[in-house]
Design a binder for this molecule. Structure first.
Ligand SMILES: NC(=O)c1ccc[n+]([C@@H]2O[C@H](COP(=O)([O-])OP(=O)(O)OC[C@H]3O[C@@H](n4cnc5c(N)ncnc54)[C@H](O)[C@@H]3O)[C@@H](O)[C@H]2O)c1
Ligand SMILES: O=C(O)CC[C@@H](O)C(=O)O
Length: 532
């Protein structure tokens, strides 16, 4: 049974699927401190948050069973992603569910600014009928600058067009062609700050976007412009904004987000009549909260059940068409990695993966993560997974080289995993998926084999001498170990050789020790394959 903790207010309707699942227990505990979370997190396999819970390294470290942190929303800046990745915890978000809602909030803020709605409301309900102080401006024929033309920015631009605004857009990924299709003008940040009557920002907060609008930008803006931030506090520098408002450059500003949330009571935005604020309400509609909770719950369920999932933010995304091509190779890839790691005891300096045939044409990164997981599982056990396998390898200065080639030695697909070892040797395992027959290991070091990687394997390196196969068989038989299949590989008659035996049960250590006592045998070891 999996246990999932919901630590922020998340739509009940949205998490219904998780609640209804027979194999999941969902517990809601809202408003816990970091200390309280650290105390209880060891019981849980999944954690669901919005933006209130700060998921720190300490919380993640205490989450011994934690497989996934789900963020019901877009921004994951409240989750220590680096720490989650190191610990092999998948972080997912719900990137699409609150796009329209947040766009509508930004638009509502722009209209409220243009017509002084919050200020006029406050005065009217205080009993003052003041029709002179609130002369507004139309949006029609005004220029709107949109910084960040992703999901939300693009929706804002669409609505602005419908209001008869001219839209200037900037985004590192916005092309001339896409801008033209949307009926907007591709502009630089400088064009936008110099020419816009309204500016709205829709970027994440990154080192590059922090303060993208600051003193220098306000200095060249049109006098009387208006500005909106419904993205992240810090994208527009707060102090520079207050200064620009006081200088009369900015006629009005609307902020849904703050550098520190909630802001202190003496925050300069809170007593400035030209700055209107909301308490991070961008995504707060019934629809958006349901959407994001549904999305994130579905993915959490997939992750807990070891099923394919999407929207992971600490694993690169893969197109479904690519994923369906790679999926059948995941288990084989892990097995090749684990076998390669177990047939040597020397330290690994480099992992070289070669994909040939069908696999040379696709983005094989997800498969490489599985192979690395297999290699590292010998030493990291269940602490390694596909989220952290690459990170763990790199953190240990293990170089990873991936190559692709057309030569397949007659197979339609071929994966070769070569571990370059500290002692100058290599440990190489090659495998393929045979249509209709399944997984096969076809190469171990310099030997060609044909081995189905299932059950328990014994790997023996020995000298090719008459009678050795019989001796090994007898020794195993005497110890009640039944041989299901056997493969022998040698390069020259009487030279170095290997024997790989598939046996029906785990081999006691003492039997392996007895095998090494045979004069022809150099090494004998059991190879643990994956349970799947
Ligand atoms: N106020 C809220 O409640 C609320 C709700 C949802 C999203 N958000 C925030 O809104 C922001 C946008 O969300 P989204 O769903 O549109 O994300 P998105 O990823 O679809 O779009 C963000 C865009 O910003 C662009 N960008 C990155 N660096 C840039 C730069 N230096 N200059 C210009 N553009 C740059 C990216 O290329 C991307 O296209 C995020 O920060 C998100 O956290 C806030
Ligand atoms: O959970 C919220 O309400 C905030 C959501 C928003 O900031 C986001 O990034 O999705």
């Amino acid at each position: 049974m999996f246990k999932v903790l919901v630590s922020d207010p998340i739509s009940d309707l949205g998490i219904q699927k998780l609640v209804d699942a027979d194999d999941v227990v969902v517990e809601k505990k809202i408003g816990l401190s970091e200390e309280e979370l650290i105390q209880i997190i060891p019981e849980y396999d999944g954690l669901l948050v919005r933006s209130q819970t700060t998921v720190t390294d300490k919380i993640l470290a205490a989450g011994e069973r934690l497989k996934v942190v789900g963020r019901a929303g877009v921004g994951v800046d409240n989750i220590n992603l680096e720490a989650a990745t190191q610990r092999g915890i998948i972080v997912i978000n719900a990137p699409d569910g609150n796009t329209i809602t947040t766009c509508e909030h930004a638009f509502a803020m722009m209209m409220a600014l243009a017509r002084h709605i919050p200020q006029a409301y406050a005065k009217t309900v205080s009993g003052v009928w003041d029709r002179k102080s609130f002369l507004g401006v139309e949006l029609h024929h005004k220029t709107l600058g949109v910084l960040g033309m992703g999901r939300i920015g693009s929706e804002v631009a669409k609505r602005a067009k419908a209001f008869g605004m001219e839209v200037l857009g900037f985004d590192p990924f916005l092309t001339e062609e896409r801008a033209e299709k949307m009926g907007i003008t591709l502009a630089s940040v400088d064009d936008i700050v110099r020419n816009a009557d309204f500016i709205t920002v829709h970027t994440p907060l990154t080192p590059e976007t922090r303060g993208i609008i600051s003193t220098d930008q306000f200095a060249v803006m049109k006098k009387g412009m208006r500005i909106i931030n419904c993205a992240r506090g810090g994208v527009i520098d707060e102090n520079a904004l207050v200064e620009a408002v006081n200088q009369g450059i900015v006629a009005g500003a609307a902020f849904d987000v703050f550098e520190h949330e909630p802001p202190q009571p003496d925050h300069p935005f809170l007593n400035n009549p030209k700055i209107i604020v909301t308490p991070h309400l961008g995504a707060s509609t019934v629809e958006a909260q349901e959407n994001v909770a549904i999305d994130v719950s579905e993915q959490v369920l997939h992750i807990l059940r070891d099923e394919p999932f999407k929207n992971a933010v600490n694993i690169p995304p893969v197109a479904p068409s690519v994923m369906s091509k790679l999926q059948p190779y995941f288990v084989l890839g892990e097995k090749l990695g684990t076998v390669a790691a177990q047939i040597t005891n020397a330290a690994i300096q480099e992992i070289v993966v070669n994909y040939a045939g069908d696999l040379s044409e696709v983005d094989t990164q997800p498969l490489t993560r599985h192979i690395l997981k297999g290699v590292l599982s010998r030493h990291f056990g269940s602490d390694v997974n596909i989220v952290n396998s690459m990170h763990l390898a790199k953190a240990r200065q293990v170089n990873i080289v991936v190559s692709k080639s057309a030569t397949t030695k007659g197979f339609t697909n071929l994966i070769s995993v070569a571990l370059k070892l500290e002692n100058g040797e290599e440990s190489i395992v090659g495998g393929t998926l045979l249509a209709g027959y399944g997984e096969r290991i076809v190469q171990i070091n310099k030997f060609t084999v044909d081995l189905e990687p299932t059950g328990h394997l014994i790997y023996i390196s020995h000298h090719d001498k008459p009678g050795i196969i019989g001796k090994v068989g007898t020794l195993l038989g005497n110890n009640d170990v039944n041989i299901a299949a056997m493969q022998v590989g040698r390069k020259t008659v009487g030279g170095e050789a290997i024997m790989v035996l598939s046996v029906d049960k785990e081999v006691p250590k003492k039997v392996l020790e007895e095998l090494v006592q045979l004069p022809e045998v150099n090494t004998a070891q059991e190879i643990a394959l994956l349970s799947k």
